[in-house]
Ligand binder design. Structure first.
Ligand SMILES: CC(C)(COP(=O)(O)OP(=O)(O)OC[C@H]1O[C@@H](n2cnc3c(N)ncnc32)[C@H](O)[C@@H]1OP(=O)(O)O)[C@@H](O)C(=O)NCCC(=O)NCCS
Length: 221
């Protein structure tokens, strides 16, 4: 696929804003799980200080707003008062290997993060359930969603886990939402033995897309 075709493939229909909207009671208060969140709504929130795994919070906040503005960017959040304390993002694949091989049914889960002081309370699980395990929101059933796991994006410092333990944590976490490991020859993923390509094949994607995806993983198209 050439660059122009790839750009065209980027134009896809986003689900309506706030197709997902639920309340999650926690020991620390009631959280609002919602998305995709409009960029102007994201702008009104503040990002919890601990959301700094990928960038410092101010820059990460701006990058969530920028992503939500893109034609292919989707941001789902868990909020309390005017703070975002957890989020998950989606877009067309952003890595060189997958950019070259993008196809209409392919999406990437870019990042998922919960503020450290709110972790292990089921918040990411609730976000992922709202997105992937929700009879009222079946948008992702039409897509193969990849979640590329690179060791450098893991929070080894705060969790104190070894890379191999964290790898297993990620496998267990994503497995609950039907993400499984796919073999790939993508050199960036093969750079470290802990890196993993995870993918979730939506129930409505069809065999042709799965075959195409397999060939992409193996570099044969
Ligand atoms: C991964 C992450 C998003 C999980 O968020 P969370 O809101 O704490 O997740 P949940 O509370 O829903 O927990 C999900 C499961 O993971 C387990 N878990 C969460 N943190 C854990 C930890 N530090 N050690 C062991 N298990 C842990 C929970 O016990 C739960 O397991 P269960 O379903 O069997 O009960 C969070 O740890 C995080 O922000 N990490 C840094 C960023 C990152 O690594 N993102 C993933 C790659 S993009």
């Amino acid at each position: 696929m050439n660059d122009k075709e790839c750009q065209l493939e980027k134009a896809f229909n986003k689900p309506p804003s706030d197709s997902v909207s639920t309340v999650l009671p926690t020991a620390l208060g009631r959280l609002h799980i919602r998305g995709p969140v409009k960029p102007e709504d994201l702008e009104k929130y503040r990002l919890a200080e601990g959301l700094c795994c990928f960038r410092p919070p101010a820059r990460q906040h701006q990058s969530l707003v920028d992503l939500a503005r893109q034609d292919d960017g989707l941001v789902f959040t868990a909020t309390v008062a005017d703070f975002i304390i957890s989020y998950v993002t989606f877009q067309k694949p952003d890595y060189p290997w997958w950019q070259k091989r993008c196809f209409p049914q392919l999406l990437e889960l870019g990042s998922i993060e919960t503020d450290p002081s709110w972790r292990k309370m089921g918040i990411s699980t609730a976000l992922m359930e709202g997105v992937f395990d929700n009879p009222d929101f079946t948008y992702f059933e039409d897509f193969i969603v990849i979640a590329v796991q690179f060791i450098q994006s893991w929070d080894l410092k705060n969790t104190g886990m070894s890379p191999w333990t964290y790898r297993q944590f990620m496998l267990d976490f994503f497995k609950k939402f039907d993400f499984v490991t796919w073999e790939t020859v993508d050199p960036e993923i093969r750079e470290h033995p802990c890196n993993i390509l995870l993918a979730r094949v939506g129930g409505k994607t069809g065999l042709k897309s799965v075959k195409h995806f397999t060939n992409c993983c193996l570099g044969t198209n």
